[in-house]
Structures are given as structure tokens and as C-alpha cells.
Design a protein around this ligand. Sequence first.
Ligand SMILES: Cc1cc2nc3c(=O)[nH]c(=O)nc-3n(C[C@H](O)[C@H](O)[C@H](O)COP(=O)(O)OP(=O)(O)OC[C@H]3O[C@@H](n4cnc5c(N)ncnc54)[C@H](O)[C@@H]3O)c2cc1C
Length: 421
Amino acid sequence: MSLTTWAGNRTYAAARVHEPRTVEQVQEVVAAARHVRALGTRHCFNDLADTPHDLVRLDGLEPDVVLDERARTVTVTGGTRYGTLARALHPRGWALHNLASLPHISVAGAVATATHGSGDRSRNLASAVAGLDLVTADGSLLHLTRADADLAGAVVGLGALGVVVRVTLDVEPTYDVAQEVHTDLPWDAVLEHLDEVTGSADSVSLFTDWTGPAVRQVWRKTRVPVGGTYEPRTDLLGAVPATGPLHPLPGIDPVSCTPQLGVPGPWHERLPHFRLEFTPSNGDELQSEYLVPRAHAVDAIEALRALGPAVAPLLQVAEIRTVAADDLWLSSAYGGDRVGLHFTWLPRQPEVEALLPRIESALAPFGARPHWGKLFAAVGAPGSDPADLYPRLPDFRSLVTRLDPTATFANPFVTRHVLAS
Ligand SMILES: Cc1cc2nc3c(=O)[nH]c(=O)nc-3n(C[C@H](O)[C@H](O)[C@H](O)COP(=O)(O)OP(=O)(O)OC[C@H]3O[C@@H](n4cnc5c(N)ncnc54)[C@H](O)[C@@H]3O)c2cc1C
């Protein structure tokens, strides 16, 4: 049976798919392969993970959760899903700092693309990586920690440096989260008070189709001590508190969404928008996302609203989120706070791809960085070097040459968008 991305929009071209059950077997597969790429839970929408040669999946490895309470870290195998890890951590009194909109994605695959949730003070998921075990081209194991200067380059590694078999993540004492939703927040209030809106909870997401006088929904997630109470807030600059649970996509049953209405519960059951047991989002969709410097957020939003009539017919919903700065070389939030401008598209890929250059031209003046795992046309303006957007890209290219001199983990995507200047 052919293997496709989660969205079904691409069939992997790999000649062979390996499913090792131990780290040693991963090492054997890599050592024997001429070209090989690691595959996570297949949630990317583009050809980032793909290769015409060998793919290696890590789902067959046990999660092997090792909690170190003194060091405040947890180590798991790379193919472990965030949802599985969270369910192992919470009963033991520990938590992660944030999660993406869905708990279904693998840890190694998510950090490889700088996957993020939302929060003015929340860095992306990769920022929690304290260490990596990487199977390099000759099949040997390389252990990197924060004591190694290379770690900041290797974490958001796009699969280009090796197969991450174990990841060590920072943990913190567990906490609850209360999630509440408002509808119809006027655009004037968003644009005038963006900092106030995104700063009004630990994690804030605004859902829109870029048209009309108001943002359709605002989801706010607030940390609460375990077992604590939470008084839902009715105030939000003229928006209307929801009286029942909502799905971000119009007309879809919210049964797949995490609990709302301000009822506190475990962090991992509120930080994602979608529950682990259900298909996240719609399933029949494509996605794109661009991250702009916080200082340009209002101008970038205005630019997208101007494109609203062209964008809306292809859109299921768009989401505005915030991400705090980090120092990971290929992270979309490297060097400064960013605002994510996300699009969940209808599954009409040729039309979406025809529209993306217009969106990218509109966002180019703001230094927009595309999400590595979603659909985009170019990294930066056509003909420009992506190093204009990622100051440490030359260092990343050197790291690839040093760790993978035989180009074992090279693939067309990485060559096209990252290695070619
Ligand atoms: C419904 C849906 C919702 C999403 N929500 C969000 C969101 O809220 N925030 C966000 O930022 N993104 C989001 N994404 C995008 C998603 O988080 C990223 O595409 C992420 O990289 C997917 O992880 P994966 O394990 O499925 O990776 P894959 O698609 O399988 O692989 C992604 C990359 O990681 C590499 N990789 C995978 N495993 C390893 C490994 N063990 N060692 C080395 N490299 C590896 C692959 O080679 C490839 O380069 C969403 C995607 C979907 C489909």
C-alpha cells in the first residue's frame, strides 16, 4: 500500500520504508543506506520528509519514557507522540511548557520543523530540547546536549543531520489550564490592542477568514494551579463569550475539540485545540503558515486582510498565534518574538499553490519565515538567499557538511530550500 502524508496530499516516493524496533536496528538501516530520511507521524504537507531512496519510521520503538526529576528533564524515543508523552508525565506530577494545536505529532518530527503552539511568553516546542541522540550517516550515535554549541543548530534540523532516536526535553511541575472562547472580536480592537489581546492569557489564538468586521473566534488558555478554580472572564474588548463549545472550523461538530467554557483540567487536555482520540482539525485540508516579527504583526495582518477576497474562497479558517523568541538556528522565532499567520486551506492544492506567491509578496516586506512543514512557495523573496531570513543558515550549512559529509540525509526539499544559496 502506498504511504501518504497525513493530509493525503502527497504519496511518499521512497523505494523502501523501514520499521526498526530498536535503536540498534535504526543504526543498521542508516549504515546500510546510501540516502535515507527519518519519517515522523507524516503531518508535514510538503516533501520535507521525502526521498526517492529509503525512509525510516520510528513508531516501532517503545516510547521508553525516562523522567529525571532532579534534572527536570524527560527522555523519550523520537517517534513518541506528544499525547503519549503527556499522559506519562502528568500523573507523575510533570508537564511540558506548551503543546501544538494537536497532540498527535511525533516529538522528533515536531521539533525538526520548529512546531509551535501559541503564547507571548511561550517559545516553540523545540526550545524545550535539552539533548538529542542522533544516528549519523555511518550508523554511529552522536549525543548532543546544551553544553555542545552544535545543539542549537541540530534541534530544528529538518531531518538533514541524521535520525533522532532519543530526545531529552525540559519538564516543569504539572499545572491545569482553563480554556475559554469568545466570538466576534472587532478587527479595530484587534489592530489597536493586539498586545492586550495576545497578552490576556498564557496562550491566545484568533480564528478568522480575513474578511468581515470581526475576528470570528478567540481561544484563550490560562494556567491554573492543579485542582484550582477559575472564574471565566466575560470581558474581551467587545467580543461575545461563547455559551457552548465551538470548533474553529465553521459548521463542524466540536466533539474533537478540547474542553472549553473555562472549566480547568490537565494542561495536555487544554493546550492543544484537538483531543488525542479524534482526528484533529478537519483532516481534509492543507496548511500554510508564515511567522513575522512581532513589531510588524499589525501591518502584516492588514496586508492579509487586503487579500481577504482572494484568500477566503480557498480557506477553511486562518489562525493568528504568538511565539516567543529563541536561539535555535533554523527556528521561525530565531532572534525575536514572532506572530504566526496560519491558513487551513480547502484541499485544492493547485489553486492554493497558485495563490501562495501573492501571499508571500504581501508578507515579504516584513521578513516572513514560512513554517518548514507546511505549503509555501519560497523561503524569502524569489531569488533571495534564505540566509537573509536566517542569519545562522551559513552555520547550519557547515554543520550539515560536517555531520553528513556523504549527503546521506540530503533530499530535494532541503537542497532546494536550505542548502542551495
Ligand atoms: C492537523 C495538523 C495540525 C498542525 N498543527 C500545528 C501547530 O499547531 N503548530 C505547528 O507549528 N505546526 C502544526 N502542524 C505542522 C506539524 O506540526 C509539523 O509538520 C511537524 O513537523 C509534524 O511532525 P511529524 O512527526 O508528523 O513529522 P513528519 O512530517 O513525519 O516529518 C517532518 C520532518 O521531521 C523529520 N523527522 C521526523 N522524525 C525524525 C527523526 N526521528 N529524526 C530526524 N528527523 C525526523 C523528517 O525527516 C521531516 O524533515 C500541524 C499539522 C497538521 C497536519
